[in-house]
Design a protein around this ligand. Structure first.
Ligand code: GLA
Length: 371
């Protein structure tokens, strides 16, 4: 059944429009966006969709098709829904828009999607982006795609309570399939870079729960803020870890608490890796690009400590496979997925091998998706 058919069944009439936005996989540049740094995600061919019809009152009537759950809220009394967590991405987007002075009206909304939930592929950012698209179009708000992305980010930061950066909403709003999107998260400059036709981006879902992601994520965020504060004592010109060079870190290494120094080292080296990876991608040096992915994983594993045993298995299992050019955890970490750069004619074999190895070690079945 299509989303429109569901909408008619639940609300009794056709929606005014259907809006959708994709999930994403990040190729390199992890935990750099909230440090004013660089990221390189690409959208995946999986979407969140919302159908919406205007109402005469100020109610948001929501129906999550995949959960068979309803939620009803009023635009003048929006607050966090503790029972239906999915609803908060709609409520939060509405709340941010209203606080920014955009006039909204009531809507009947159905939601569905095929982005795996809680897998680190940004189903929540896709939902926020699709919802903002809907509000934007139905109420003629005149938001451009970058502004729309920042509404989604504010929903996440101020309503949901995760101090995430702009990457997920930005690529969901502005990404193009088959292209990597380089984003400078300080000034929102971006550029699209073609991916090679001979390789595929393969996502492997460890199927491990990411329940730590929210709390540990916010802890990493505060550690970065703390590191900036301490580095500023000697280098008052820096605003974020983006401005810290490897030389500065070496100079300050013994003065900084070791944990913060390691967190900072991840961000500083990861930003450099993104800039280097773009040069390699544009030159067609996929082998070099893949090596940077492995370096990124090492840094996330040891310095930033956001990997997990299961993600490490999945990355380690690719090391002896010639058809795999690179692998790393993708997204916030603590479970979720790895992203693998695989030669096109090795994808089938890769899927078989990784599934088998993972099962033999963990007695769990991983899922494999092509980006
Ligand atoms: C989550 C956040 C992003 C980004 C990544 C880590 O996906 O939503 O803003 O920080 O984690 O790179």
């Amino acid at each position: 059944m299509s989303i429109t058919e569901h909408h008619v069944e639940i609300f009794g009439s056709e929606p005014d429009g259907v809006f959708r936005a994709p999930g994403r996989v990040n190729l390199i540049g992890e935990h750099t966006d909230y440090n004013d740094g660089f990221v390189l995600p690409t959208p995946i061919e999986r979407y969140l969709q919302v159908s919406a019809k205007k109402r005469q009152d100020n109610k948001l009537n929501l129906y999550a098709i995949d959960f068979h759950e309803k939620a009803q809220h009023k635009l003048d009394k929006l607050s966090y829904d503790k029972e239906r967590l999915w609803a908060n991405y709609v409520l939060g987007a509405a709340d941010v828009l209203q606080r920014r002075g955009y006039p909204l009206g009531g809507l009947d909304i159905c939601i569905t999607g095929d982005v795996p939930i809680g897998a680190g592929l940004s189903s929540s950012a896709a939902l926020e982006t699709a919802v903002v698209r809907g509000f934007n179009e139905l109420f003629n708000l005149g938001l451009d795609p970058v502004e729309a992305a920042y509404v989604g980010k504010a929903c996440e930061n101020d309503f949901v309570g995760v101090q995430s950066g702009i990457m997920d909403q930005f690529v969901s709003s502005l990404g193009e399939h088959g292209k990597a999107l380089l984003i400078d998260c300080r000034n929102n400059e971006y550029s699209l870079h073609s991916l090679s036709a001979d390789t595929r981006i393969v996502i492997v879902n460890s199927m491990m729960d990411r329940s730590l992601a929210g709390s540990e994520y916010n802890i990493r965020h505060s550690q970065c803020v703390e590191a900036v504060k301490l580095i500023k004592i000697k280098h008052p010109e820096i605003r974020a870890l983006r401005d810290v060079s490897e030389e500065m870190l070496i100079e300050l290494w013994d003065d900084l608490p070791r944990l913060l120094a390691r967190r900072a080292r991840h961000v500083v080296t990861e930003n450099n890796r993104v800039l280097e990876s773009i040069k390699l991608l544009d030159k067609g040096d996929l082998l070099g690009f893949g090596e940077l992915m492995y370096d990124s994983h090492d840094s996330l594993r040891h310095d930033y400590e956001v990997s997990s045993k299961h993600l490490d298995f999945l990355v380690d299992y690719t090391m002896d496979l010639d058809g795999v050019l690179g692998a790393r955890l993708t997204g916030a970490g603590f479970g979720g997925c790895t992203v693998n750069l695989v030669e096109a004619d090795f994808v089938e074999e890769f899927t078989k091998i990784i599934t088998e190895r993972y099962f033999n070690r963990t007695a769990k079945r991983c899922e494999v998706y092509l980006a």
